[in-house]
Structures are given as C-alpha cells and as structure tokens.
Design a protein around this ligand. Structure first.
Ligand SMILES: [Fe+2]
Length: 313
C-alpha cells in the first residue's frame, strides 16, 4: 500500500473511458437556453458563441449514472442529496470561480488537475478540480446490485497481484480505513516504467503492469502520478458516510465492497488503460526503430574529407 507521493510528476497521457469521468458532453445545468453552443473536443469544454465573442462555458455538475435513491438502503437518498447535491456541486461552483479568466480557463478537467497539482506544489484550483473528477469517478464506481466478485481478466490480475480476491479486499479495506482524516482509497493499474530521465535501456520494475492499492489525502488522485491508471475508488471523507453510518467508517467500507462496487466499470477502465499503454508502447517502439534506422544510415554515409586551405600552396 502506498501513499501518493507529493513529489510525483504529472502523467502525460490521461485515461478516459465510458466509466471515467468525462466533462466533454452534456450541457444540462449550464443555464444557457437560447445561445448557440459549439463543443470543443480537444478542450472538453463548451463554447458559447455570443455575437463576435466566444464565452467559455463552465464545468457542469454531472449527475450520478443512476437515480439518487437507487443505492438505498445502503447509501441513502439523503446522503446523495448532500454529497452530490451540495458537496459535489460546491466543488464545481468553486472551481468555475477559481479558473475564471485564468490560464486554466479553457483546459479540460484532467489538464486542470495535472497543471494545478504542479508536482505537489498545489495551486488553488487543484482541490476543487480533483474533487469534481474524484466524485464523478466515485459515482461511476458503484451501481445498484453491485459488489460480489469480479470475473475474467480483472479477477486473474487481482489474484496474481494480491494472492487472492480476499487478500485484495483486505488490503483495499485497510487502505480506506487507515487514510487519516479525509481522502480516498484506490485500486490502480500501475504502468510504472522507471522515471529514468536520460537513462539508457531502463529495466522494468517488479511493479510494472501491476494492480496496486493506494490511498491519498484530501483531493489527491492517481492522475497526478506518472503511469498510474485509476480503476476504483472509495470516498472516505466523512460527508460520504456520516448520515448513514455516523462514525463507523469500516462498516461503510465493507458494505461498499460487498454491495456497491461496479466491477463492470472497473473491468472497462482496466481494458481502456491497457489499450492506452499498448498504444504508447507501439509509438515508443516505432520511434526507437526510426532512431536506429537514422543512426544506421548516418554511419553508412562516408564522412566527407575536409581539406584546409593553405596560403603556402
Ligand atoms: Fe465526497
């Protein structure tokens, strides 16, 4: 189990999938009814055309992928009304105020998180941006009738990397229970090449392409850490469970694992992470081959002889 390091560096490729938060579509709650909208795919933002000027629309509060009472009695409608309706909404509203007319205005949510994390020297917008993303990811990590055991490749990897599904659950619960104060516990797929800078032929670490359990304080999430692909999370801020479980965080964690986790979402995220990694490896291999070919060509070409002019000739 590892605590996300404040010295971590920003990841260069950010994951996305049907089960990853996306602020690239859906314009409800924006409050614009008659303006013409133009969606910018690259920025994941919505642009409102108003006369000759473009006004960048704000991030929206995305609803959970099920009705607010769908997880009752395990997670009550009251909890959702406060947790999503008030806390999550406040993160969105505060973020929009913080980025207004700054360099972050117009960036995607994921870009905002990585830039504002600033290698651990956190800028003001980080907490709200990360909390918006974390909560979207959390809602999508659950489903009515969830829990139980995963299957297929995900289960095989869990058994390979933790010894057994039961040992994984034990480790995840421990991470969630022991996160001091507010924070999150995560299951992530660690791509984990060494951060080697200019090293030649870096060796893989023992943790390459491996599932890992992490915990993080406050709003920190694995997006800020190089080569970590988040697959599952649980919110262990008190606002996540206090109405239903008061101070009994371990009970909330247990019921989350037993009856709420959407293993379908986790499997989908794993599949997407592996596709991203495979694509990056293909690109790197291609680049390496091109450099080798260029090097071979350069060696094959004869070095032109250089004759110095001499005044004595
Ligand atoms: Fe929360």
């Amino acid at each position: 189990m590892k605590l996300l390091s404040p010295s971590a560096t920003a990841t260069s490729s950010l994951p996305s999938s049907a089960f990853l938060p996306s602020h690239s579509n859906g314009f409800q709650n924006l409050g614009f009814s008659s303006a013409t909208f133009k969606f910018s795919k690259n920025k994941g933002r919505c642009i409102r055309k108003a006369g000759s000027t473009n006004i960048t629309a704000k991030f929206e509060l995305k609803p959970p992928p099920y009705p607010l009472d769908a997880l009752e009695p395990i997670m009550s409608r009251d909890t959702f009304e406060y947790h999503w309706g008030k806390h999550h909404r406040a993160y969105v509203d505060n973020l929009n105020k913080q980025i207004d007319e700054t360099d972050l205005d117009g960036k995607s949510l994921e870009e905002t998180i990585v830039i504002a994390y600033n290698n651990g020297d956190i800028l003001p917008a980080f907490n709200n941006a990360a909390q918006v993303w974390n909560h979207d990811f959390f809602w999508e990590s659950m489903k009515p009738g969830g829990g139980g055991k995963p299957s297929g490749e995900l289960l095989k990897l869990i058994e390979r990397d933790f010894g057994s599904f039961e040992k994984f659950v034990e480790q995840f619960k421990l991470a969630a229970a022991t996160q001091f104060g507010s924070g999150w516990a995560w299951l992530a797929y660690k791509e984990s090449r060494l951060d080697v800078g200019n090293a030649v032929n870096p060796l893989a670490t023992e943790e390459d392409k491996k599932l890992v359990v992490l915990k993080s304080p406050n709003a920190v999430n694995p997006l800020v850490w190089n080569h970590h692909h988040p697959l599952l999370t649980i919110d262990v801020w008190e606002h996540a469970y206090y109405l239903d479980y008061q101070n009994r965080r371990p009970d909330y964690i247990s019921v989350f694992m037993d009856k709420l986790v959407s293993w379908e979402a986790v499997s989908s995220r794993l599949e997407k992470a592996k596709a991203i990694i495979a694509e990056r490896e293909r690109e790197e291999e291609e680049k390496r081959r091109e450099e080798e070919e260029k090097s071979t060509t350069d060696e094959a070409e004869p070095t032109p002889e250089i004759f110095a002019d001499s005044d004595t000739d």
